[in-house]
Design a protein around this ligand. Structure first.
Ligand code: CUA
Length: 404
């Protein structure tokens, strides 16, 4: 075994098989001997003990030496395997991964950043691991490497992706509500493709300083830039958006201006957008002032100016809502949209029946998670429309509001 030439996968699998093999032989051997002795020395067949032997030096020596050799062999292979995992092959490409609540960010030597780990297939890669907040654990099952990311401590793993492909990366240490979102991939590309990616165009996020900073400070782990849903509200069109927020238990509507955006970053618990859990960590002092200004300017600019205002009525048709919900009060598979907004409705949930007001928050939940609360008298057949963007949701809700 040459640890310098083997991949981490081969190294770990070899040690695993050695220990598993020894354990399997022992388990089978000991069980078989036990069963054989059970019959061979059965009490009924041997009413009286026949042997009074008190010691047998040869036997005792053998049963001491064999297990010692086995245990030392397991230790040797385990230790050699551990060294192979800690000794990075020369010439390995270096990438830095930063873990934070709740995303991974990869940074390359030439300044490129990405939320997936791009590597050339067939070449060793050293991943320098850091955490900026709490304990995370950088885990790539396919390459058998896992290392805790500890704030204030730099550590690393290395691996070689022998074949091009996409391999899972997990966070293997529970780090808070959105721990499960810390999933990404290793994208092992053929060397020429990797070189093209590495030298290639910077992504849109890197081109726009504001968007790049959002990724760098981990914002995009929870807030999408393209309207797709996440642990927090999307930042698409955030500038000037009217938001219903919960302030100290009370709801109020405010406009997402510079003050509000700054407050949301520095003191996220102050006004929490309705429908989202108050889980965002405070970034006070974590983002340099000039970065903060750029980020806010970017968000204010992201008013979705390039996009035409969405027509709720048209969207309801396009998304297929009108197949089950009429707009004139007539009965279909689901409740009619006419007069729905603001009405008291009886809904069925896991906790039983209750009466709710069909307000914006209720309608939003009904579209995103239709099975949670089903209007009494209707079957729970509506599929979830989780792919609607925030802007689309807003437009549809505004349309329902008009349909009184
Ligand atoms: Cu990060 Cu779990």
């Amino acid at each position: 075994m040459n640890p310098q030439l083997a991949t981490t996968t081969e190294t770990v699998d070899f040690v695993f098989l050695v220990i598993f093999g020894i354990s399997a032989v022992m388990l089978l051997g000991i069980t078989a001997t036990m069963i054989y002795f059970l019959f061979r020395y059965n009490h009924k067949r041997h009413p009286r003990p026949t042997s009074q032997v008190a010691s047998n030096l040869l036997l005792e020596t053998v049963w001491t030496i064999i297990p010692t050799v086995l245990v030392m062999a397991m230790f040797y292979y385990g230790w050699a395997g551990y060294l192979a995992l800690r000794n990075v092959p020369e010439g390995a490409m270096e990438v830095t991964v930063t873990g934070r609540m709740w995303s991974w960010l990869f940074e390359y030597d030439n300044g490129k950043t990405s939320d997936r780990l791009y590597v050339p297939a067939g070449a060793p890669v050293k991943v320098q691991i850091r955490s900026v907040d709490v304990l995370h654990s950088f885990f790539i099952p396919a390459f058998r490497v896992k290392r805790d990311a500890v704030p204030g401590m730099d550590t690393y793993v290395w691996f070689t992706a022998s074949k091009p492909g996409s391999y899972d990366i997990f966070c293997a240490e529970y780090c808070g509500v959105a721990h499960a979102d810390m999933i990404t991939t290793v994208e092992a590309l053929p060397p020429e493709e990797f070189a093209a990616w590495y030298e290639g165009e910077k992504s849109a996020a890197e081109e726009t300083p504001g968007a790049g900073l959002l990724a760098e400070h981990g914002c995009t782990g929870c807030h999408s830039l393209d309207g797709s849903p996440g642990a927090g509200p999307t930042l698409q069109g955030i500038g000037g958006r009217q938001a219903i927020v919960v302030t100290g238990g009370r709801e109020r509507t405010l406009s997402a201006d510079a003050d509000y955006l700054r407050r949301s970053i520095e003191n996220p618990g102050a006004d929490v957008v309705k429908g989202y859990p108050a889980i965002m960590p405070a970034y006070t002092g974590q983002i340099p002032e000039e970065d903060l200004e750029q980020i806010i300017a970017y968000m204010l600019g992201a008013q979705g100016a390039s996009e035409p205002p969405l027509d709720g009525a048209e969207l309801a048709g396009q998304k297929g809502c009108l197949g089950c919900h009429s707009t004139d009060g007539s009965e279909r598979a689901g409740p009619s949209f006419k007069g729905l907004f603001g009405r008291q409705v009886t809904v069925q949930s896991e906790e039983g029946e209750r009466s709710v007001t069909a307000d914006a928050a209720y309608i939003r939940t009904s579209i995103l998670h239709p099975a949670r609360e089903v209007v009494a008298g209707y079957p729970p057949i509506m599929p979830a429309f989780a792919d609607l963007s925030e802007a689309e949701l807003d437009a549809i809700i505004a349309y329902l509001k008009e349909l009184k």
